[in-house]
Design a protein around this ligand. Structure first.
Ligand code: GLY
Length: 356
């Protein structure tokens, strides 16, 4: 194993990080990381508690990290209650669910991705099929759907009643100058002006694992930005942006505003920072800082010149050390280092959100 990350460097960097990171649970974050070294580990975005627990079951059976992360995220893709991924994901502006996913397999250095895929429950599994059964890396739209059909994936409606109702509400309140009206009565005023209720939504799951053989893999899967322009592709299916794995160094992925992450190619950046000796958490913070420095457009900045959006990173290195960071405070990530139940750990951050 090519191990360029020194334990001493890691301990020094985590001890000095101290950036608003508290553990939710019994162990301190450093203890949790130390306990994981040399054993299978799986981390994910905060919606990955069940996914990481399922992935850990497979890792403990000696399964490959890619089998484990795909089995884990498949639970979330099938969950109608998660409106950021798979079935029940919030649709595009025409009310159609379009899914993006990527996988990357450390030991073989391969990856596969699909983007703007309609009617298929498990885009992560189709992404894997692209990796294993084509000489391509990324398939999109109609081509991705035809490929999925050719491999026997069944088509189904992915819009749930709840996500359809959310879309209709968004559409009816989009503007007072079109003809779609929300429910109202004789005394209603200001129809179509409830913007705050429709903050754009960028949910996703990223899941990365280190298996018992010491190999890394990762997967990111999403329904992308709610109410997007049809055909919009975020960072999740783009290797280097929403996911990156180097089996000698580490795995990293992201959630949040994909447009910012596409411009910074941050997941490959996180892995490169780890290659230079940064801890996973430090590497994630540096990627957040890069996005802050790259954001110049005033419409994307608050009154203090800070991004008015969030991006979050999750990183796991070859030694089993892990971390996460976001631009704004309040983020958490899911971790499993061999327990029956996964736990949520607070992410480090650059800026503290104002108390409400
Ligand atoms: N990060 C998910 C997206 O922007 O689509």
């Amino acid at each position: 194993m090519q191990n360029k990350i020194k334990r001493r460097t890691f301990l020094r960097s985590t001890a000095s990080a101290g950036v608003g990171a508290l553990l939710t649970g019994k162990l301190s974050r450093q203890d949790a990381v130390a306990a994981s070294v040399g054993k299978p580990v799986v981390i994910a975005s905060a919606n990955g508690l069940e996914a990481t627990a399922r992935a850990m079951e497979l890792l403990q059976q000696g399964k490959d990290a890619l089998d484990a992360v795909i089995a884990g995220v498949s639970l979330v893709e099938a969950d109608p209650k998660d409106n950021s991924v798979g079935y029940g994901g919030l649709p595009n502006e025409e009310g159609v669910v379009e899914l993006d996913a990527s996988v990357m397999h450390g030991p073989t250095g391969r990856g596969g991705c699909v983007a703007a895929l309609r009617n298929i429950l498990h885009p992560s599994q189709v992404a894997r099929r692209v990796m294993e059964r084509t000489d391509h890396v990324l398939l999109v739209g109609e081509g991705a759907l035809r490929f999925a059909r050719a491999h026997g994936f069944k088509e189904q409606e992915l819009l749930t009643e709840e996500s359809r109702a959310a879309w209709l509400k968004w559409k009816e309140n989009l503007s007072p100058q079109d003809d779609w009206l929300p429910p109202h009565d004789r005394d209603s005023k200001g129809i179509g002006k409830v913007w705050e209720a429709f903050r754009r939504h960028y949910g996703t799951i990223n899941c990365n694992a280190l298996d018992a053989q010491g190999n890394l893999s990762g997967c990111t899967t999403t329904s992308g930005l709610a109410f997007k322009i049809p055909g919009r592709v975020g960072d999740s299916p783009i290797l280097g942006a929403g996911l990156y794995v180097d089996n000698d160094v580490g795995a990293a992925g992201s959630t949040g505003r994909g447009e910012a992450n596409l411009l910074a190619c941050s997941s490959v950046l996180v892995v490169e920072f780890m290659r230079q000796g940064k801890s996973p958490e430090e590497a994630c913070l540096l990627a957040c800082r890069r996005i802050v420095n790259q954001t110049k457009m005033k419409r994307l900045l608050d009154d203090d010149g800070r991004p008015n959006f969030d991006v979050r990173f999750y990183a796991l290195n070859k030694r089993g050390e892990f971390g996460s960071a976001s631009i704004w405070s309040g983020g958490r990530f899911a971790v499993n280092t061999g327990e029956a139940q996964s736990r949520l750990v607070d992410s480090a951050y650059l800026f503290k959100r104002a108390e409400k």
